[in-house]
Design a protein around this ligand. Structure first.
Ligand code: DLZ
Ligand code: SF4
Length: 523
């Protein structure tokens, strides 16, 4: 830029905490000002878990210091600053005036909601607003659109293979390392009884985090979640320490037990890097290269490393691509016409289903659950019980420290609930209690019997599963991947089908989500 160009305000959002961010490229220390603003609007557009709020605010404060150390002029506005307008636009306007600046630069936000709002900013703020692509992703929005164009189905597996070829990760020339693209079949073992687990690193809240914790309790004390166990990494140094711990201690066992669940063991071998990664404290390509390095050095097996890289290079990029490719219409789809309210126990954990109680309580205390708990326990239950996607989506957005809509929506709406009608997954991830019993030790501690099929003592997942298939047979019967269960269902005598529907209805009444149906039934 030349000396005559206006001095600029660079707005860095709470999940853009990377020094290599596109909006910071070319920033001139002493001319341009970087704004980080804690605002009530972002903290409450959904009622985020308290740990998520603490994580974002504390990480923003640490990042402000990091940028100052790099020589940037940083204006950080705390949530409780006098005159804080409570909105990003309001804080941008105040900062432009405060510093006498005449232009705004921002890296595109991750969420459609905010991106749509920003289109009105040039008029509202009276200055030019430059919105730059987010180059931290490995597949840009336009590259994804090019990949998707003309394809009949947007299968993750093919996207992932292209990304492997493009990046050269785990490639031997043109071929995948080990001769296969996918090692999922080796990654489905339950945890053997008495198996040793790696110790986990917890990051004690420092003075900055402690101050934010007090602020969040005071302002958002009625949000879901507890703060006592807060142990997320909040700075780049901590995030990198968490990353290194994972690579050294957990990655070797990550693949094999990726889908396992165990009572009192929320973390198993999982990476716990999504929260830091989605804030910008870690870099996805760097993570993948380091994981690949562990395979090349012989410290982690290929199946584990491939499984991990598939999550970052494959799923994470793919869901972000799908999100921007399909929004805003994506969120409104409801392919299975599911319309029941979210049961209270998603908030209280008070249910006699041991699996759900475990996952919800852990979620309350840690703002974390691993992918199979999210997909096959709370997600699967919501799918089988016919809970309205909008309510389920909001729950996932609120309760997980790593959740932003660009990844939460495709994962919940598409993958867990099949609300997109199969755009993302080829069939609903519906499963009976048998799956949970095979992959966990939850059922041994449950008031219900996972082997019982019907009646008040039976595992609710069992009759809800068949009830789900019966209720949706008009929509799902033609799905080839469901041919087996529908063939089984077709052999059930009418009395058995009636008994399944009765058990399912009685259960839904018991948990208070059958109300609407009953009223219309009596009307
Ligand atoms: C999640 C979040 C929260 C809780 N608070 C803030 C904030 O006060 N200021 C801010 O700039 N960003 C915050 N964020 C992250 C934004 O919600 C996120 O940038 C958008 O949802 C786009 O992904
Ligand atoms: Fe969950 Fe059913 Fe097992 Fe109970 S028996 S823990 S409800 S799967």
């Amino acid at each position: 830029m030349s000396a005559g160009d206006p001095r600029r305000l660079i707005l860095v959002l709470g999940d853009q905490l990377s020094p290599a961010l596109s909006s910071l490229a070319g920033a001139v220390p002493g001319r341009d000002v970087v704004l980080l603003a804690e605002v009530a609007e972002e903290a409450s557009y959904v009622r985020h878990h308290k740990q998520k709020l603490v994580l974002v605010f504390s990480a923003m404060r640490h990042f402000a210091d990091e940028l100052r150390a790099l020589g940037h002029a940083v204006d950080h506005v705390p949530l409780d600053a006098p005159g804080n307008t409570g909105s990003l636009r309001g804080e941008a306007a105040r900062a432009l005036a405060r510093h006498g600046l005449a232009a705004l630069i921002v890296t595109e936000p991750g969420e459609y909601r905010l991106a749509a709002e920003m289109t009105g900013w040039p008029a509202a703020l009276g200055v030019p607003v430059e919105i730059r692509p987010d180059t931290r992703f490995l597949c840009s929005r336009s590259e994804f659109a090019r990949w998707a164009r003309g394809r009949r189905t947007l299968t993750m597996e093919y996207f992932y293979r292209d990304m492997r070829r493009r990046t050269g990760l785990l490639m031997e020339g043109d071929a995948p390392a080990g001769g296969r693209w996918n090692f999922d079949a080796e990654n489905r073992a339950p945890l053997p009884a008495g198996a040793g687990l790696p110790a986990r690193r917890r990051f004690e809240p420092d003075a900055v985090t402690a101050e934010v914790m007090a602020l969040v309790e005071a302002r958002f004390g009625d949000h879901f979640g507890t703060l006592e166990g807060f142990g997320w990494p909040v700075s780049r140094a901590e995030a990198e320490a968490a990353r290194d711990h994972f690579l050294a201690e957990c990655l070797p066992g990550f693949g094999r037990f990726q889908d396992a669940m165990a009572r009192g063991q929320p973390f198993l071998h999982h990476a716990l890097v999504a929260a830091a990664l989605n804030l910008g404290l870690l870099d996805p390509m760097d993570l993948c290269r380091r994981a690949e390095g562990a395979f090349r050095a012989g410290t982690a097996p290929l199946a584990a490393v491939e499984g991990f890289i598939r999550q970052i290079l494959g799923w994470r990029e793919y869901v972000r691509g799908i999100y921007w490719h399909t929004m805003p219409g994506y969120a409104d789809r409801n392919a299975l016409a599911a319309d029941r309210p979210l049961p209270d126990f998603y908030w209280t954990g008070e249910t006699d289903m041991a699996c759900i109680a475990e996952v919800v309580r852990q979620t309350r205390d840690l703002a974390y659950a691993h992918h199979i708990q999210r997909l096959m326990v709370t997600g699967n239950f919501a799918l089988l019980a016919g809970i309205a996607p909008a309510e389920v989506n909001e729950w996932y957005m609120i309760v997980y420290a790593d959740a932003y809509e660009w990844l939460e929506l495709p994962n919940t709406h598409g993958m867990a609930l099949y609300a997109d009608g199969g755009l993302l997954g080829t069939k609903p991830y519906a499963a009976s209690g048998n799956y949970i019993d095979r992959m966990s030790d939850y059922c041994g501690d449950c008031a219900y019997d996972v082997r019982e099929r019907l009646g008040p003592g039976a595992c609710p997942f069992n009759y809800l599963y068949w009830d789900f298939l019966m209720r949706n047979d008009g929509r799902l019967k033609g799905n080839r991947r469901l041919a087996m269960p529908y063939a089984t269902l077709s052999r059930f005598p009418p009395e058995r089908r009636d008994a399944i529907a009765r058990s399912a209805r009685a259960f839904r009444e018991r948990i208070g989500i059958e109300r609407d149906r009953q009223e219309s039934h009596h009307a």
